[in-house]
Design a protein around this ligand. Structure first.
Ligand SMILES: C[S@@+](CC[C@H](N)C(=O)[O-])C[C@H]1O[C@@H](n2cnc3c(N)ncnc32)[C@H](O)[C@@H]1O
Length: 272
């Protein structure tokens, strides 16, 4: 996976969220600008803190993997957790270190890959990986590594892209159907989009380039990847104003049952 890692280092050095920051007119990383970004971020993902329940993190060793602009990182550090961040690219690591320094919060962020994480076994009570494992090129190994880092009874909280979302059925019906057929025949694993266009809708940078690697996964296959954990639970989330939901506003759609049936993301919690 060295080549995916190398490509990820370059691509994600431009912070995930830079497009949004540009739209919001954010040009610096002052407390005021970061607050503006974070307010938008948590309003856009109103369910995120239901999955990463901050109240339970105080006094716990928490590793966050895949940092982006650091909105969640700062919230976790503010919760009183012993916070450590890990990201493959230097840009997100610098941003999180800047946030911790600027707010005088304890914690640290390091550069490294979750496919070969620079921490000892059984070091953390929580590993939080939102939007990261599907970009590593090896979701199974990433999950195994998260499990290695957790203490017994510790939890992995992960968000990964859902393989049977409405968007996948609309944009890649044949590939989604083939994935379904292969799962019926016993395959357990991810499906990787074949076109840049399919990836663009999920992640692209300021110049329109797409993430080097993106995978989608079913709940069945994700459960299989998490089979060595003692407990696994999941929920589908997120929806956008796009076909076949073009006529209703996103906020309205979020309140319907559709995200829970065919949403874009799976939020999973796996207990070691
Ligand atoms: C889509 S962003 C998500 C960032 C943030 N969690 C959020 O929700 O906005 C994915 C992040 O995962 C990081 N990443 C990708 N591959 C990684 C790997 N193998 N190990 C650690 N971080 C990785 C990227 O550098 C990037 O910051």
């Amino acid at each position: 996976m060295a080549s995916v890692d190398d490509a990820n280092i370059k691509f994600w050095n431009e912070l995930c969220g830079t497009n949004l920051a540009t739209v919001l007119g954010i040009t610096d990383s002052s407390p005021k600008s970061l607050k503006k970004f974070d307010d938008w971020f948590f309003e856009f993902y109103p369910y995120l803190l239901e999955h990463v329940s901050l109240a339970g993190l105080a006094g716990r060793d928490v590793l966050e993997v895949g940092l982006g602009y650091g909105s969640l990182s700062q919230k976790i550090a503010e919760s009183g957790a012993r916070y450590v961040g890990l990201d493959i690219a230097p840009g997100p690591v610098e941003m999180v270190c800047h946030r911790l320094h600027q707010t005088a919060l304890p914690g640290d962020a390091k550069q490294g890959s979750i496919l070969n994480a620079p921490f000892s076994d059984n070091s953390f009570d929580y590993v939080v990986a939102v939007g990261c494992l599907h970009h590593t090129g090896d979701m199974r190994k990433g999950i195994d590594e998260c499990r290695r880092l957790l203490r017994a009874g510790g939890s992995l909280i992960a968000m990964v892209y859902y393989a049977y979302s409405y968007r996948r059925w609309v944009q890649a019906p044949r590939q989604t159907l083939r994935y379904l057929a292969s799962e019926i025949l016993g395959y357990r694993g991810v499906v990787t989009p074949t076109t840049a266009q399919a990836k663009w809708y999920y992640d692209h940078n300021r110049s329109g380039a797409v993430a080097p690697h993106t995978d989608f996964v079913s709940i069945k296959s994700l459960r299989n990847y998490c089979r060595l954990f003692s407990h696994f639970q999941w929920q589908r989330r997120n929806i956008d104003q796009e076909p076949p939901f073009k006529k209703r506003a996103r906020q309205e759609l979020l309140a319907t049952h559709w995200p829970g049936i065919c949403g874009l993301e799976i939020y999973a919690r796996a207990v070691k």
